[in-house]
Write a protein that binds this ligand. Sequence first.
Ligand code: FBP
Length: 333
Amino acid sequence: MADSPMTLSEHLSTQQASLSTEHARNVAAVLGRIGRVAAVIAQELAHAALRDRLGYVGGANASGDQVKKLDVWGHDTMVSALRETGACAALISEEAAEPVEMDAGGTHALVVCADPVDGSSNLDVNGAVGTIFSLRPSRGKTPAGPVALGRGTDQIAAGYVMYGPAAMLVYTVGQGTHGFTLAPESGEFLLTHPDMRIPRRGKTYGINEGNVHSWHPGQRAFVEHLKTPDKAAGRPYSLRYSGAMVADVHRTLLDGGLFMYPADWSDPKKPKAKLRLLYEVAPMALICEQAGGRASTGLERVLDLVATEYHQRAAVILGSTEDVETADAFYRR
Ligand code: FBP
């Protein structure tokens, strides 16, 4: 009988080499707990309509977005779970204007940046949604939240959970990117996609084409290029867009191609992006690069961006290396 697949916590213990022992213990504690929170969120999503959990709570979050009941529930669930680990010094969350400081002290406590429920516009239409997270060393600082205001390369781990037909958790601690599928009976995430490698070039692209008029001219020309038939080059690419970053990035990691949310260049002096750097764009960039892909803004590598605000926004073009390189070339024209 085939060996049963490795559990998330077993796999975490094999991924220690790139971390100091103390950090490794805290990373395993936090990622293990996020795995358990994800199993609870998956359950709650399946019952949301039955438990009156759909719809808005009223009011807006730090980014001015209307807030769904599940956004708040997801945030509160994440806060209490991370507090219990004793390994988390602070949480930067989409649903809290300021960092949520936690008592975990010590040089090796971690700062977590998270979007507890990503793709909220899909919640009330039973579409795919997700959770996105990253871990940074707190270096023993108090308050710890400001430590997150740094470069994307400071992340020591990142991951997401996709709540689709199956719930899947994908993470990296800097030794490749690995995927797990939730066994609903046991609530365990089991290794089903070890060492995910994104194809060097794809056949699909994901972008909200409704924004075409506000794109950088290079972005517009690049999407035109993807749509221009060229059999030898495998074009035209097909458009695939779910409205939830996690679902679009997950497909891109498995099949190749691109997920793009470019900035609004209506005022070229002040391009305005939508997605948040610390808990959406930077974590996905690390996961993508660790799977052999690339993540750019069109003008620079995402992981070189330095965050100066907790809810700062950034443009993103991520996916297959050759496709992202082509996009960058169109921006440079
Ligand atoms: P939140 O739902 O967490 O605010 O995430 C933002 C998001 O929903 C992404 O998941 C998705 O990629 C994007 O916004 C969709 O934006 P739009 O509706 O403008 O296409």
